[in-house]
Design a protein around this ligand. Structure first.
Ligand code: SF4
Length: 218
């Protein structure tokens, strides 16, 4: 076992829930939420993760994941790639047999993410206030099974996102997800716009919020 395996991660929380988004929506999932974020999105629902933290080593996290008896694990934040130990944690989970998802805000390079990890890459829109922090080079690191996610706040945001999809032919890279911002845009409006435009993107809602509302640890 390498010494890096004992690296320390700053954790906001761990919990078990249903995966709420993307291709794995509906599956039971063990979540590891790392603390700290370099962005400040207008609709952020995990502000507590900016500062709250507990220091945990990777073997301890692996042991907790094993006790959950769930193969699917999502590493999220905050922004997980702010921490140098994150690629080590991801690889350790893969080596232990987990099916690993990584949710990242698109502002930091994903080149250090192990190939076996499924990346869910956010493309921040103007409605988030953080669209300028996008690293377009990250598109080159997307593999089959990865996902590119837009959270849409209103009609203007939708128009902007639609132009991004068409400008970059994003469907050639990976599956593109459009999701309405919770309590900001009616899901039916977004669905209607996608259908009217025949846009090659996949509509989704945040399943965990539909089921349980905007609560922590779900
Ligand atoms: S990237 Fe995620 S955690 Fe960071 S501010 Fe935006 S929504 Fe919140």
């Amino acid at each position: 076992m390498s010494s890096s395996y004992n690296s320390i991660c700053s954790i906001s929380e761990t919990f078990v829930s249903l995966q709420g988004e993307g291709a794995w929506a509906g599956w039971p999932c063990f979540f590891i939420r790392l603390s700290g974020c370099n962005l400040r999105c207008s609709y952020c629902d995990t502000r507590y993760a900016y500062t709250e933290l507990e220091k945990r080593d990777i073997p301890g996290l692996i042991a907790e994941w094993r006790q959950s008896r769930i193969r699917l694990v999502e590493v999220t934040g905050g922004e997980p790639l702010l921490q140098p130990a994150t690629p080590i944690l991801l690889k350790a989970l893969v080596n232990e047999g987990a099916r690993v998802l990584l949710e990242t805000n698109g502002s930091l390079p994903v080149s250090s993410v192990p190939r076996e990890v499924i990346k869910i890459l956010d493309r921040k829109t103007p409605g988030s206030g953080m669209e300028k922090f996008w690293l377009e080079d990250n598109l080159c690191w997307l593999n089959q099974g990865d996902q590119l996610k837009f959270v849409i706040t209103d009609r203007e945001d939708y128009r902007w996102a639609r132009e991004e999809v068409l400008r970059l032919c994003l469907w050639h890279y990976t599956e593109v997800l459009f999701s309405p911002a919770w309590n900001s845009l009616a899901p039916s409006d977004l669905a209607s716009w996608i259908v009217a435009d025949r846009l090659p993107v996949r509509f989704q809602v945040q399943l965990h919020k539909v089921l349980w509302g905007d609560k922590r640890g779900i």
